[in-house]
Write a protein that binds this ligand. Structure first.
Ligand code: PLP
Length: 385
């Protein structure tokens, strides 16, 4: 067995969730998904496809109709994106892995902005790359980027920069000025950018297109840029395992080959559902975002009022990331909260060593009262400690 695989860390989020297995009294906020089911009309499209007998392999790059819909969707948000730059993938995580397989050789230098969803840092390690983390800096419960430190870390030897914004878990978002500076720098060093923009629509600040700033807004089609997306978060489709990539047109043919050797294709009936999700996005996504904003605006002030909590409201994403004064070990704390308070949170050190002592709370809850009850439990548990 390869050492790189043996050395991969197991998921600390799973570790906490396993501690709560079979306990229906635990309020679970540990995973990054809503507890709301996929809208009916999207599910119906999949059922109809199966009824018609669409049970066969599809094109490596995805159904042409879906690639066209995705290109139209991306163009509406970011200006012209041609369908020959799109590949449909088996989830956002598969999109990211394919991009890393495409770009990273064993021994290559990869820079990642952290804290970040652990899959993003595991993938280059699987390829045998050398990973350099550039940490955001926490201050009063908010995480910010030291841009110069990031630019200094990216040299002509850096093959790939991995950046996820809006960020899971911190909610940090790249500004337009930072994107422009990073792009200009990476053009000079010849570094590829892998932008994980799966939370672009879950953005709570004012913007013209209802999206967080995207690298697609500022890059040319031929730039060394690959953007990873997912149907999971903006369409309530986590279990469907569908995502997509936007890449330079010259890469697409080779991406098709790589998909062949990974998954061959995404299933047709899920892609049929995704076509409908894209066509009717205005019936789905704005409602989800409005609800998530209500969730954030309910949870954040309640948590901020708990003594010892350090937290700022996230600009994007679906997480409250906070520090609880007096507790240094996130994993031990998260396990105690499951066992003793009946709340399931993700430990901060699952996302980076520098987030030790922090906790992630996914606020995508259909019923806002669950969030209120969660904070009540946390405050009660903290009371006598
Ligand atoms: C930052 C980030 N990228 C990508 C994904 C992948 O999502 P999926 O594989 O469900 O499409 C997630 C899921 O939590 C995420 O948080």
């Amino acid at each position: 067995m390869r050492k790189a695989i043996q050395n991969l860390e197991e998921s600390k989020i799973r570790d906490v969730a396993n501690a709560g297995l079979g306990r229906s009294d635990v309020l679970a906020f540990w995973f990054g998904e809503s507890d709301e089911v996929t809208p009916d009309f999207i599910r119906e499209a999949a059922i109809e496809s199966l009824r018609k007998g669409e049970t066969f392999y599809a094109h490596n790059l995805g159904l042409p109709e879906l690639r066209e819909e995705v290109a139209r969707y991306a163009s509406r948000l970011h200006g012209d994106v041609a369908d020959d730059r799109i590949a449909i993938t088996s989830g956002g995580v598969n999109a990211l892995m394919l991009a890393v397989q495409m770009l990273v050789d064993a021994g290559d230098e990869v820079v990642a902005v952290t804290p970040v969803w652990p899959n993003l840092t595991a993938q280059p390690l699987i390829m045998g790359a050398r990973l350099q983390r550039v940490s955001l800096t926490p201050s009063n419960g908010a995480w910010t980027l030291d841009l110069q430190r990031l630019l200094d870390a990216i040299t002509p030897f850096t093959k790939l920069l991995i950046v996820n914004a809006p960020n899971n878990p911190t909610g940090w978002t790249l500004s337009r000025a930072e994107q422009l500076a990073i792009l200009a720098h990476c053009r000079k060093t010849g570094t590829w950018i892998l932008a994980d923009e799966v939370y672009e629509r879950l953005y709570y600040e004012k913007s013209e297109n209802g999206c967080a700033p995207s690298f697609l807004d500022v890059a040319a089609p031929d730039d060394r840029l690959v953007v990873a997306h997912s149907f999971s978060k903006s369409f309530l489709m986590t279990g469907w395992r569908l995502g997509w990539l936007v890449m330079p047109p010259a890469m697409t043919h080779n991406m098709g080959k790589l998909i062949e050797f990974n998954t061959s294709c995404a299933s047709v009936f899920t892609q049929r559902a995704a076509v409908v999700a894209m066509q009717r996005t205005d019936e789905v996504t704005p409602r989800i975002v409005a609800h998530l904003k209500t969730c954030r605006d309910t949870l954040v002030p309640l948590l901020q009022a708990v003594p010892g909590v350090e937290l700022q409201g996230a600009k994007g994403g679906m997480y409250a990331f906070f520090k609880l004064g007096g507790f240094d070990d996130s994993l031990a704390l998260a396990k105690r909260l499951v066992a003793e308070a009946g709340i399931g949170l993700a430990p901060g050190n699952a996302f980076a060593p520098e987030a030790q002592g922090w906790l992630r709370w996914c606020f995508a809850s259909k019923d806002v009262a669950r969030l209120e009850e969660g904070v009540r439990r946390l405050a009660n548990w903290l009371g006598p400690h």
